[in-house]
Design a protein around this ligand. Sequence first.
Ligand SMILES: [Zn+2]
Length: 384
Amino acid sequence: MADIDPVTLTQALIRCPSVTPVDAGALGVLEDALKPLGFTCHRLPFSAPGTPDVDNLYARLGTSGPNLCFAGHTDVVPVGEQAAWSHPPFGAEISNGILYGRGAVDMKTAIACFAAATARYLGEQGDAFTGSISFLITGDEEGPAINGTPKVLEWMKANDEVMDACIVGEPTNTTTLGECIKIGRRGSLNGFITQHGTQGHVAYPQHADNPVPKLVKLLSALSIATLDQGTAHFQPSNLEVTTLDTHNPTTNLIPNAAKAGFNIRFNDLHTSASLKTWLSDALNTVGENFDLDIQVSGEAFLTPPGLLSDVMSAAITTVTGLTPELSTSGGTSDARFIKDFCPVAEFGLMNATAHKIDERVDVADIHALTDIYVEMLRGYFARA
Ligand SMILES: [Zn+2]
């Protein structure tokens, strides 16, 4: 079995300037690493009106279950001010044991570590390996996420490609490798209220109907409400008022409307549908003559602790000595699509330099992350 050096492969991936939605050869670099291991590779380009065309890769080794899938993305965000980088963003230069480049933590290195870990694990298993290992890699995670993971998942379903568990390599740790596994995410919903009134002169309020105090009453009702107390794996759901506007530059005018916006980050005790019902009930109890518009960014989800998180935690402890927190904090990732197909959890590098100037990774952490993924493969196929 061919060995893969995760540092060399990371460098080759970073040297492809795959700023979303451009591939720039990145998926081909990964394919070239996986094919010698015996993977069957499917390139899956998708397009949709009004969105950029995107190339994706689904690769699988083995035909029987269980199928453990490694998921991630080869696209990266733009470099920002190139002159501000201390090393070229697509140079993948190593200086004093630190590898610099766009995608170093989010998340080309994790993909290289997936591949290197797979090569090592298959090498030690030889003919004894009976399950399947797959890679679901998109070029559309940092973009609109229309022609990426959701469409690959549809393609997999149509082709009877079943995953039994999925590890996403997004950077999950804050400062130390091994701190944190993400097993879910809060949902997010944005609300916009327009309180209607009647415009008039502040000196003759009897001829007007001021919407501002009415809007304040609505917002007050929302702000003092307790949505829940949190759960074992989620912090309490929270509503934050984000803006309140009348766009009124004068001092003597009662405006005819006032608008406000708010965001709710919610746990798995709620859905966007249940929150819509709650919002309209709560607002209708204290006010009238307003419009409520709601935009849902995503539902809450949780992979309850079990085989996948146990195997991942044990692997992290074996390599780092740390016991990772099982967290649902932070922003969104493609795990939100994968969760409808199989248990999914995320573990990768540190996120401190993600999307920043001088994005970088300690070379020692590249080797440690590879060791952790090898342990995850050992643990999963020993128990699944
Ligand atoms: Zn990412």
